[in-house]
Design a protein around this ligand. Sequence first.
Ligand code: 5AD
Length: 356
Amino acid sequence: MSKTLLLAEKLYKNRSLSLEEYEELISCRTPESVQYITKKALEERHKYYGNSVFIRGLIEISNICKNNCYYCGIRGANKNCERYRLTPDEILDCCKDGYDSGFRTFVLQGGEDAFFTDDILCELIKSIKALYPDCAVTLSLGERSKESYKRLYDAGADRYLLRHETADEGLYNRLHPENMQLKTRLDCLKNLKEIGFQTGCGFMVGAPFQTPLHLARDLKFIEEFKPHMCGIGPFIPHKDTIFKDEKQGSAELTCYLLSIIRLICPNVLLPSTTALDTIDPKGCEKGILSGANVVMPNLSPANVRAKYTLYNNKKSTEVQSAEGLKILKKRMENIGYKVTCDRGDVIKISDGKSKI
Ligand code: 5AD
């Protein structure tokens, strides 16, 4: 039996490997190790979530951002990005449309836009919760102080997504300007979890300069941090960034990593991301068939969608929009899965080996 397959078995059994072992699992993957890990990832996924696919209504509330992450199309210094910001009323309209279509989680995502103060967000969260008490509110609004996160949590927000982007400090510094630090990100994630949010981290696959060792660090970080959610998708170059001529990440490696993450945290909420569906016409299905159990269609108003361009050619049709929900349901049915319209909270594991 190949060494990589032995490592795959060890990962399945222990939900843990050393940094060097993760690196080898990635760089020495074979058709057998991929097949084994995919099969076990699906078994784990079915054990906790059956064949349900949870949907989240993504509302991109603002593309105004004070940060300048080198890979991102809406980075503050990009003069070619046409900026917009939704008003609280417009956001509530998106929630209404989403609720009527069956969504029970709303994800408010945006750049780090100073307009969205704690006061404004708390009022907005309270309004959403008052109108739709059976829904979860997820925020994805970047780095804030612990006090701010606490206020948002107390106002009723349930979950927070903040990708760590990379757990390797050297790589983090090559992808971000000096005023952004990995430590700040990780402190934010720790604070979010301490406060009680269902917390999500994540990273890009195939980011510029990224090696299997960097990815191994991401996996080790995930193993130790034990996120409730984990968003990973391929890097896709954006024309207005210094990385415009870099290669995009691969769907194949993204799917392999999705399966590995499912084995590290069997009950994690794992989206099949828009980025994966953008680089591969069957990306959404491939993500689900690798162990993902969440899809996040877009509820943003049609006239702003094209402006939230983190990367080029971002998909906003079919499965990636609320209007396309029927198509999404069909795509999932075709591969033996069922879109479910409940909140889709994380399932607790009670086998003594619990990771979350
Ligand atoms: N390609 C893929 N993903 C990207 N993101 C930002 N820019 C890109 C890109 N060019 C991801 C980041 C961020 C999330 C909202 O989108 O990981 O956290």
